[in-house]
Design a protein around this ligand. Structure first.
Ligand code: NAD
Length: 360
């Protein structure tokens, strides 16, 4: 298979972890006989330095041409005081919008080698394996009217939560399809006892569910869901929810796995005629200026994002499974970075990347 991939390393540890993720991609392609065509583009702080724009036109063009995009992270402390339009993070929103990715997927699983670094008791968290699917382009973060009027004690703020039938239906269909490829269980999360948006959400779920008779559906109110994630995380297979609820629940789910450096993510848009999803893949973490350039960054979130890319954008399930198995093998070997608190000397970013390649 031909894999045309754009890499966007970005800033700080983004460049370090992307370097290792690319090594893993190269290893997978040579091991399984695929042709890898890589291009690289600028995004974030480095793009501002080189072009004055956090999301240069050239990056937009290359992202639209590629089969899939692999991103590191953006953000540099020197831009922290700049207005939102001049900040590296503007590039992130720009590339997501340009690709039309409307679903954010965060796989959350616990590895037995890391069970002690979870904040939950081992018996609660052991065996957790879920995907949180968050609607990414609608809801209260985008709805209008919005803003603050008045001053002092007369100030008044408003935000608007809004969803259309179609926005809800497309993400639900994606979530049902993902569930179908896993343990066939979908949990839809809403606040339909209070919000009209959630009442429409639940109505759409019930209308679409008959298209997927093989998937078991249940509903949870978001407050109960927040509780169930820590009381009984194993009960979840695929969890789907709207933008703001997903923002909050996916961070809660993320900490179950131990370190932020472990967490991959995939942002998906429409399906191509081939059946593959348009996708943007990135670790959940940021550019971590505190450890950048020191070889301390854990590359496993970025490498896990490669596994997600192989599965969702290319349908290469065997190759994705090989990457995930290699991650597990490296964790079991104890050759891990400092954030995972190894018993001996921590491995460097490059050593972990090399160990994953070796295991593949
Ligand atoms: P961060 O995720 O960069 O770092 C938080 C903490 O986790 C730090 O102590 C860091 O050292 C540690 N950490 C993060 N990733 C790690 C890894 N792979 N291995 C080991 N330790 C790791 O979050 P932050 O400090 O809040 O943000 C730093 C910059 O990153 C900011 O400019 C922020 O805007 C940006 N950011 C970007 C993204 C993105 O590009 N998707 C996401 C979050 C934050």
């Amino acid at each position: 298979m031909d894999l045309r991939i754009l890499t966007v390393p970005g800033d700080g540890i983004g460049t370090e972890v992307t370097h290792e993720a690319v090594r893993v991609l190269e290893r997978v392609c040579s091991r399984y006989g695929h042709q890898l065509h890589l291009t690289e583009a600028l995004l974030g702080g480095i793009a501002i330095h080189k072009t004055g724009n956090p999301f240069p036109e050239e990056t937009r063009k290359l992202a639209l041409e590629a089969d899939a995009t692999l991103m590191g992270a953006v953000g540099l402390p020197e831009f922290d005081k700049m207005p939102p339009d001049k900040r590296p993070e503007k590039g992130l929103l720009g590339i997501r919008k340009a690709l039309g990715v409307y679903a954010n997927l965060r796989p959350v699983r616990t590895y037995s080698a890391l069970i002690d670094s979870s904040p939950l008791k081992n018996h609660l968290v052991e065996g957790t394996d879920m995907i949180i699917v968050r609607e990414l382009t609608g809801g209260i973060y985008y709805g209008t009217p919005r803003g603050i009027t008045g001053e002092g004690t007369q100030a008044h703020a408003v935000n608007t939560m809004a969803y259309t039938y179609d926005e809800i239906a497309r993400i639900l269909r994606m979530a049902f399809q993902l569930a179908r490829g896993r343990r066939k269980k979908l949990t839809s999360v809403d606040k339909s006892n209070v919000l009209e948006c959630s009442q429409l959400w639940r109505k759409v779920v019930l209308e679409i569910a008959p298209e997927f008779p093989d998937v078991t559906l249940d509903h949870l109110l978001v407050d109960n869901c927040a509780m169930q994630l820590v009381l009984n995380p194993r009960r979840f297979d695929v969890l789907v929810t709207e933008n703001m609820f997903g923002d909050i629940l996916s961070d809660e789910g993320g900490v179950l796995a131990g370190s932020i450096g472990m967490l991959p993510s995939a942002s998906l848009g429409d399906r191509r005629p081939s059946g593959a999803w348009v996708g943007l893949y990135e670790p959940v973490h940021g550019s971590a200026p505190d450890i950048a350039g020191q070889g301390k960054a854990n590359p496993l979130g970025a490498i896990g994002s490669v596994a997600a890319m192989l599965e969702y954008s290319f349908g290469l399930k065997k190759e994705a499974a090989a990457v995930n198995a290699a991650i597990e093998q490296v964790l079991n070997s104890g050759r891990v970075t400092a954030d995972l608190k190894p018993k001996g000397t921590p491995a460097t970013t490059g050593e972990v990347g090399a160990a994953v390649c070796e295991a593949i």
